[in-house]
Design a binder for this molecule. Structure first.
Ligand SMILES: N[C@@H](CCC(=O)N[C@@H](CS)C(=O)NCC(=O)O)C(=O)O
Length: 218
């Protein structure tokens, strides 16, 4: 049985296992769930959370990093270190970029054509909007007035730009840093018309997309 990865297109946690599988060319059936399809999640794993992987033996594995570990060791040719290691400084920067940008990124998710499988109906869009507005405020207002969020995100990307030296960006190897960082940067491609992405960060996104076959937002 081919392994099945259940996921959303827009979910950054779901991008993590796609990086490993894409890089290693591990065949995976991708099953995109509608955002409001609570039943599908509950029937399969008993809680509403993606990503989850159905292994060849039929058992389910949840938690993105556990799935990455499993895929990393799957063919006994690991490409990532056995231990999940990323510096606290990088984790904080990733979290700051995500927090600064989410009020403009999230509202764009629901109407982007590349996310159609996540939000195939108005009900799925409403479900997401209702859930996320508790954290980021009104979607419509955020879409109309994105500048404050852009102004917070831009200097953080400039800091990140100075981080992006070897092994990032240039190499053809992956590290746990890439698993943590790339999904948040891929999110930012949905606001690339609003924000200036510094050159090394841009190159990094393009490089990881090429290495993994994951599409940026276009
Ligand atoms: N710790 C989990 C977090 C996964 C997570 O938060 N997934 C979100 C989607 S981005 C989710 O399933 N939210 C529930 C929902 O769809 O309502 C992991 O790393 O896999």
């Amino acid at each position: 049985m081919t392994m099945k990865l259940y996921l959303y297109q827009h979910c950054p946690f779901c991008i993590r296992p796609r990086i490993v599988a894409g890089f290693k060319k591990i065949p995976l059936e991708l099953i995109f769930l509608a955002n409001d399809d609570e039943k599908a999640h509950l029937d399969l794993i008993g809680k509403k959370q993606v990503p989850f992987l159905q292994k060849e033996n039929g058992n389910f594995l949840i938690e993105s990093l556990d799935i990455c570990q499993y895929l990393n060791n799957f063919d006994r040719k690991p490409i990532l270190s056995q231990e999940i290691v990323t510096t606290d400084t990088l984790i904080k920067l990733i979290s700051d970029i995500n927090n600064a940008s989410k009020s403009v990124v999230y509202p764009r998710f629901i109407n982007h054509p590349q996310n159609h499988q996540d939000f195939p109906t108005q009900s799925a869009k409403d479900y997401f909007e209702h859930k996320k507005e508790k954290y980021i405020g009104c979607f419509k207002a955020n879409l109309r007035f994105p500048q404050a969020s852009i102004d917070k995100t831009t200097p953080l990307l400039d800091v990140l730009n100075t981080f992006l030296t070897h092994p990032f960006a240039s190499g053809d190897q992956l590290s746990w840093d890439d698993i943590m960082l790339f999904p948040v940067l891929r999110n930012l491609t949905i606001i690339q018309d609003l924000i200036t992405i510094p050159s090394k960060v841009k190159h990094y996104i393009k490089n990881i997309c090429q290495l993994t076959g994951i599409q940026p937002y276009q």
